[in-house]
Design a protein around this ligand. Structure first.
Ligand code: SF4
Ligand code: ZN
Ligand code: ZN
Length: 357
């Protein structure tokens, strides 16, 4: 049988089957359609404006490495006029993050972008290794997620950028939609598909890979021979998400459009006014100045729990009462440095949902 020709250019030999569409195409056409779809996502959502300083949340993994490569390519090809930075968070996980950060340091050279690494240890005085030795492998991802979110914003403030892009892909978003449906979390379901979270007066976060399939990201990294780190975190990731992931992979095998269809379903949900009414007024944490929907931000509450040897009591708002019942926080409690938002972002009062994203 003669070799197939590419379904897009009708010229070169097709060497791959595109996971999203099933088309047999050549390598160059694959790069071009993948990049162009990300460009279309960016322009349709008007994610950037000229002169924006944008940090790429970089973990050294495939998603963020491909994101850094594609952002650099598009910024040059379409003359976006962006200043790009790499921002990495060092959670302090021996045998995982230390190795992946070496990859990010090489990416800094390869992509010629300034890199800022901020560690949990310098910010909170706790590494994830130390946290896991206190809390065990249950709830460790709760600590890690809350600490990472705030660390990224603080890193953005240090770089004086007003926008963080992350490598969340279509599979991640579809998984989150499924999880929110299974938990009946309608408020989150309404928000989890938005390409850009956070309002005008906080650090903007967006997901240019919102419609990019994980399989295509892996393929892109492979054919471009990008330098990335592929080991999973040694502390068990969220088991429930694992079930949603396995279910999604089965659906994708039966019908590749399932991933996009689930995202579209999530986008089509409308939140009723009375659900919206449960949103709380956003304020600033009285201890560290970070955005919060309570007097203390979640990171300060979790840090206080760790410092007082009562970490599990800090995990939920209800359990927090136990912590308060023991007495007020000691005077010499370790505290997170005061948060100063980047210039151009105002730390003002605004309405935000009572639950985190
Ligand atoms: Fe942190 Fe959990 Fe992710 Fe590991 S799996 S990096 S502990 S959030
Ligand atoms: Zn082609
Ligand atoms: Zn705080």
């Amino acid at each position: 049988m003669p070799p197939r020709t590419c379904a897009l250019c009708n010229d070169a030999r097709a060497i791959l089957k595109r996971p999203k569409t099933g088309q047999q195409i050549c390598k160059d056409c694959f790069f071009y359609v993948f990049e162009t779809e990300v460009h279309n996502t960016i322009t349709e959502a008007q994610l950037f404006k000229r002169g924006d300083r944008v940090a790429i949340g970089a973990s050294g993994g495939k998603d963020s490495t491909v994101l850094a490569h594609v952002m650099k390519t598009l910024n040059e090809r379409y003359n976006y006029g962006l200043e790009l930075f790499l921002l990495s968070i060092d959670e302090g996980i021996t045998g995982y993050r230390d190795d992946s950060l070496e990859t990010v340091k090489r990416n800094q050279q390869q992509y010629d972008m300034p890199l800022k690494i901020l560690s949990y240890d310098e910010l909170y005085g706790w590494t994830m290794d130390a946290i896991v030795s206190q809390v065990g492998k249950k709830n460790n991802c709760t600590f890690c997620g809350v600490f990472r979110r705030q660390a990224l914003d603080r890193g953005a403030a240090i770089l004086n950028v007003d926008h963080i892009v992350t490598g969340h892909n279509a599979d991640d978003i579809a998984e989150t939609v499924l999880m929110n449906i299974m938990r009946g979390d309608i408020a989150r379901l309404g928000r989890c598909t938005s390409i850009c979270t956070q309002g005008e007066d906080t650090i903007k976060r967006s997901k240019p890979f919102k419609y990019a399939y994980e399989k295509e990201i892996v393929m892109y990294a492979y054919f471009k021979k990008l330098d990335y780190f592929s080991t999973e975190c040694i502390y068990s990731p969220d088991a429930y998400r694992g079930h949603a992931r396995a279910f999604l992979k089965d659906l994708e095998a039966a019908r590749p459009s399932a991933i996009i269809d689930i995202i579209h379903s999530g986008e089509a949900f409308e939140i009723k006014e009375d659900v919206k009414a449960t949103q709380k007024i956003q304020q600033t944490c009285k201890r560290c100045g970070y955005m919060s929907s309570n007097e203390l931000c979640k990171a300060c509450t979790l840090l206080e729990g760790l410092e007082r040897g009562m970490a599990q009591a800090a995990v939920t708002d209800r359990a927090r009462k136990k912590l308060d019942a023991v007495g007020p926080a000691p005077e010499n409690l370790r505290q997170i440095p005061m948060f100063k938002p980047p210039s151009g972002v105002h730390n003002s009062t605004h309405v935000a949902a009572s639950v985190g994203t």
